[in-house]
Design a binder for this molecule. Structure first.
Ligand code: EPU
Length: 346
């Protein structure tokens, strides 16, 4: 059943969300609509408001876990378009609509000689989701390049432009996961990129995989794609959402205690008083790497990645809980789920 909301826009009912999430979880959206422009987005917000429906926005679906059928309106953000805002000899400001694919955008920038995003190659998903968790990989984070993030306020339909400071970016977090959770829908992101090749090979596994002392941005891009293809399962082949947990941030005292007991645990400096631990190592050393529990499991090459063979959201979350309680029991460290969970937990 579907209902025409405007000339080229339809609200459908009882839509299976399996094709819209990288974990391939089958769950029904009560109402579903894909929006292609700001007017359609506003109309959809009005429809939800008038019918008292909660809204669940989705982009590429690469960082969400659907825990149950979803009541209300699932809004697929399909806003497309790329626009150069300004450009000089040194840098370019470029605006991407939220529905543009992240990796295609990284490739497009590199091909045009706009540098900085190479380390973030092959991250699945759309640009509109990137600021929510401040995507990061191989020593680089999205926030290093953000000039502004455009949003629509869910309650009013008003458009707003947030500066990088407004976004309150941190490790795998932002205002969109904290103070402004569920307030906005991201419609576009403007990035500042350099026209001079700048490379970052600080990340140990990246450095180790590059032969040249003076790698080009293209070399970095190739190396990152190679590492990711080797270690991380493609969601199209084995459904997954990348890292399932954040790397835990702990005090230096806790890190020192762990380093004494477990000298091989990778520990990274995070701030003056805090360190970041490799969650993958903790999970592997609890014996979960490569395990399969019914229809879900842990990837054999990266213990931080949970995979879904044929399970549902509840099965994935049950395995996640088992891992969390084992890591807590063995190392006295809490693991926090990194992707967003939609729907009701049992
Ligand atoms: N390790 C293990 N066992 C494993 C995998 C890794 O012990 O099964 C150890 C490795 O020895 C390594 C350390 O853990 O020293 C870190 O591993 P890796 O470089 O693979 O990175 P990660 O910390 O597990 C983070 C991000 C990834 C990102 C990589 C590279 C988070 C939550 N995850 O993973 O991001 O690609 O670094 O920068 O910060 C994502 O967010 O979805 C994601 C894939």
């Amino acid at each position: 059943m579907s209902q025409a909301l405007s000339k080229d826009m339809q609200i459908k009912t009882s839509v299976d969300l399996k094709p819209y999430n990288s974990l391939a979880i089958s769950a029904v959206a009560e109402y579903f609509c894909s929006v292609n422009d700001i007017d359609q987005l506003r109309n959809a917000l009005i429809f939800a408001h008038n019918n008292n429906l909660q809204i669940t926005p989705i982009g590429g679906g690469s960082n969400i876990i659907i825990a149950s059928d979803l009541a209300g309106l699932v809004l697929h953000i399909n806003l497309l378009g790329v626009e150069v805002i300004s450009s000089d000899a040194d840098a370019i400001k470029i605006r991407f609509a939220a529905g543009e694919n992240w990796h295609s955008m990284v490739t497009y920038c590199l091909d045009n000689g706009w540098y900085g995003l190479e380390n973030l190659a092959l991250i699945p998903g759309d640009i509109g989701a990137a600021p929510i968790q401040n995507i990061g990989a191989y020593g680089v984070e999205l926030c290093d390049f953000v000039y502004s993030v455009e949003v629509i306020e869910r309650a009013t339909g008003n458009l707003k432009k947030l500066s990088v400071a407004d976004c309150e970016f941190g490790y795998r977090t932002s205002v969109f996961k904290q103070a402004a959770k569920d307030c906005y829908i991201i419609t576009a992101v403007t990035l500042t990129l350099s026209k001079h090749p700048k490379t970052n090979t600080d990340y140990p596994s990246l450095r180790a995989s590059i032969d040249s002392d003076h790698p080009s941005p293209q070399d970095i891009f190739q190396a990152v794609c190679h590492i990711r293809r080797n270690k991380l399962p493609d969601p199209k082949d084995i459904p997954n959402v990348g890292s399932f947990f954040k790397n835990p941030i702990v005090t230096k005292e806790v890190a020192d205690r762990l380093a004494q007991d477990y000298p091989e645990l990778p520990i990274y400096a995070y701030s003056q008083s805090q360190c970041k631990l490799a969650a993958a190592w903790l999970i592997e050393h609890c014996g979960f790497k490569g395990c399969r529990k019914g229809d879900v499991g842990v990837h054999s090459k990266q213990a931080l990645v949970l995979v879904n063979y044929q399970g549902d959201g509840a099965a994935v979350l049950a395995l996640a809980e088992e891992i969390q309680s084992k890591v807590l029991q063995i190392f006295a460290i809490e693991l926090h789920v990194e992707p967003r969970i939609y729907g009701n937990l049992i």
